[in-house]
Design a protein around this ligand. Structure first.
Ligand code: ZN
Ligand code: ZN
Length: 329
């Protein structure tokens, strides 16, 4: 079996191949989740991923499968298992190969958790693959966020900018825990409706549906990052800000990068990706013979895995680029 990157992750055996998170739509592929860098219509995906795709792209072209249910593509047997990243997100297992996609080993309030699994070959994302990339304790940051939400929503108002798929729902759940029902943008609401469909309890109202006096004092508003960072300014958000509402960003990058805190009053480093330490732990617990890194700090992570865990590791090679045997010499 050969594994390499050719317009996505390709697993090949003789003349048969299957693609994971391909660059283009293709029926012989499976995708991990519905974030736009992974989402391709006309592929195999979980049911919630297909629902999010319908809302976001209007496409209904999908072959859907449940978690932990085996299915076949070109005679390869595959299985989706929870990745804990966003609703419907999946790690993909295929004949001893485990591809994590974007995964979250801490667990979420709204989208489950990624558990390590024994495998021969692990293809793992290395978004935060550098040894200095450590995130603070998720539960502690969530507590801080809850406190911030309570204070701001009872005073001049709070606005949270977060990715509309995944992060926004964690923020809504945190607000609800503190007794606050946020007003949300239409985009955030349409994705949150899908979470509701799958039994995740979230209380929110669309801010487009508030009456005039409610609009003036909405308490907490949850919207997409682009509406708060100035990339897609929203007149309503700007108006609330000019009247004294505070703005927060919720993103893992708040722990590492200055740009993540630009233009906001507070930053909460909550990520739906694993940081360096938890990535290393996850790899160790999957006990693979070979690790391939994809996305982000691929070289740095591969080097650490070789050195500290003594497991063969390298960035996923491009088609025809370098043979595995050669790299390990
Ligand atoms: Zn993602
Ligand atoms: Zn991603």
């Amino acid at each position: 079996m050969e594994i390499f990157n050719y317009k996505g992750i390709c697993i090949k055996e003789n003349k048969r191949a299957v693609y994971l998170d391909p660059a283009n739509s293709r029926p012989d592929a499976a995708i991990s989740h519905a974030h736009s860098d992974h989402l391709r219509p006309n592929t195999h995906m979980t049911e919630p991923t297909a629902d999010v795709m319908k809302v976001r792209t209007k496409s209904k072209k999908a072959t859907t499968h449940k978690y932990n249910e085996k299915f076949k593509i070109n005679d390869f047997e595959l299985e989706f298992v929870s990745a804990g990243h966003v609703i419907g997100s999946a790690m993909i297992e295929c004949h001893g190969v485990l591809y994590t996609g974007d995964y979250n080993p801490y667990g979420t309030v709204t989208a489950g958790i990624a558990e390590p699994r024994d495998c021969d070959t692990l293809i793992i994302e290395s978004t935060y693959g550098k040894p200095n990339q450590a995130l603070p304790d998720r539960n502690e940051v969530l507590k801080d966020l809850e406190a911030w939400i309570k204070v701001t929503s009872n005073n001049g108002g709070g606005i949270v900018g977060a990715y509309s798929l995944g992060k926004a729902q964690e923020v809504i759940a945190t607000a609800n825990k503190g007794g606050v029902i946020p007003a949300v943008s239409d985009v955030v609401a349409s994705v949150s409706d899908i979470y509701q469909k799958y039994g995740v309890k979230l209380d929110y109202v669309r801010y487009d549906e508030l009456n005039e006096s409610e609009r003036k004092r909405p308490g907490l508003v949850v919207t997409s990052t682009t509406a708060t960072n100035g990339r897609k300014p929203n007149p309503y958000i700007n108006e609330l800000r000019s009247k004294g509402a505070k703005v927060a960003r919720v993103s893992g990058w708040c722990a590492f990068e200055k740009w993540a805190l630009r233009g906001v009053d507070a930053g909460f480093p909550i990520s739906d990706h694993a940081d360096y330490d938890s990535t290393m732990k996850f790899i160790e617990e999957c006990n693979p013979k070979q690790v391939f890194t994809v996305h982000g700090a691929t070289k740095e992570l591969a080097k650490e895995v070789q050195k500290k865990l003594r497991i063969n590791a390298m960035p996923l090679p491009k088609y025809g680029e370098v043979s595995i045997e050669h790299f390990n010499q």
